[in-house]
Design a protein around this ligand. Structure first.
Ligand code: IPM
Ligand code: MG
Length: 360
């Protein structure tokens, strides 16, 4: 089969990890007789430098017209000026919105070989297998008004946490759908004791729960959830939550896996997985950032990006067998004790990818 994949390596370590991930995809293409046409574009700080904007209309259109998008990372100190009119992160948010990818899937698993890389006690990490579903195109990131101005001689800034019912409904339904093939438990995370948008969220989650009696639903406040992620992470199965809550909780959850460098993500649009056969447009990215401190050194962990490619094969290209081939190869490599610097090892980005390719 033939696919067009847009590559957005971005900034910092982005180009390094995307470079290795495309080598893995090339091996898959050869072995299983597919054609992946890669088209590389600029997004983030690199796009600001070249075009004066973090995401051009042309790049967005190219992404929309492709079968899937693979992103490295965006941002860095060079573009951190709080008064700048554009920022690398704005490009990423505009891309998510422009692709309509409202559902951000962030699976968190702890490989037994990495238990010692996590600061938690090994017994806490047993059976941890969480799928965080972060709402990605609404909530506090996108609500209006969102601005800064002078008011009565003072500086004033506002962000807005807003949701329409349908935005909550579709993400909660997706959580229930995905829970069916897992441990059949959904934890809906909100702040319903304080926020009106959370009270709507909770009400809709309850309604979807009533319509799905085979799935256990629990509501948890976000502050409690952040504590439970550390005290009893194995008590979660599917977690579904608002955009910014999900951003924060997934950084926290990544600590369980030993390193942020391990974790992939898939951002999906409608029609949501897993019902459709045709494949859904998706944006795939590791959950880590651009890591400017180690950029250019060739030591970043490419696993989060390589596992994101597996998710791309699964959800957008509908190549489940090939997706599992990548996941199995990564599992085997991690089990063998192979580690990059973030995990306390010495392998370079290239060497880690080579190890994975060898097992494909
Ligand atoms: C993430 C990142 C982004 C986000 C930033 C880079 C805008 O932290 O994907 O988790 O906040 O969504
Ligand atoms: Mg984040």
């Amino acid at each position: 089969m033939k696919f067009t994949i847009t590559l957005l390596p971005g900034d910092g370590i982005g180009p390094e990890v995307v470079g290795e991930a495309t080598r893995v995809l090339d091996v898959i293409a050869n072995k299983y007789d597919h054609t992946f046409n890669f088209q590389e574009r600029l997004m983030g700080g690199c796009s600001i430098d070249k075009f004066g904007t973090s995401l051009t209309d042309e790049t967005l259109a190219d992404c929309q017209a492709s079968d899937a998008v693979l992103l490295g990372a965006v941002g860095g100190p060079k573009w951190d000026d709080p008064n700048a009119k554009d920022r690398p992160e704005r490009g990423l948010l505009a891309l998510r919105k422009g692709l309509g990818v409202f559902a951000n899937l962030r699976p968190v698993k702890v490989h037994p070989a990495l238990v010692d890389s996590s600061p938690l006690k090994p017994e806490k990490l047993k059976d941890v297998d969480i799928l965080v579903i972060r709402e990605l195109t609404g909530g506090l990131y996108f609500g209006q008004p969102k601005m800064r101005e002078r008011r009565d001689g003072k500086q004033y800034a506002v962000d807005t946490l807003e949701y329409y019912d349908y935005e909550i409904q579709r993400i909660i339904e997706l959580a229930f759908d995905l829970a069916k093939s897992r441990k059949k438990k959904v934890t809906s995370v909100d702040k319903a004791n304080v926020l009106e948008s959370s009270r709507l969220w909770r009400q809709i989650a309850s309604n979807v729960g009533t319509a799905n009696p085979g799935i256990q639903l629990e509501h948890t406040l976000v502050d409690t959830a952040s504590m439970r992620l550390i005290t009893s992470p194995a008590s979660f199965d599917v977690v579904v939550t608002e955009n910014m809550f999900g951003d924060i909780l997934t950084d926290e959850a990544s600590v369980l896996a030993g390193s942020m460098g391990m974790l992939p993500s898939a951002s999906l649009g409608e029609p949501a997985v897993p019902a459709n056969e045709a494949g859904v447009i998706g944006l795939y990215e590791p959950i880590h950032g651009s890591a400017p401190d180690i950029a250019g050194k060739g030591i970043a962990n490419p696993i989060g990006t390589i596992l994101s490619c597996a998710l791309m094969l699964r959800y957008s290209l509908k190549l489940e067998f090939e997706a599992q081939a990548i996941e199995n190869a990564v599992d085997a490599v991690v089990a063998s004790g192979a580690k990059t610097a973030d995990l306390g090892g010495t392998l370079t980005t290239r060497q880690m990818a080579d190890e994975i390719i060898e097992r494909l």
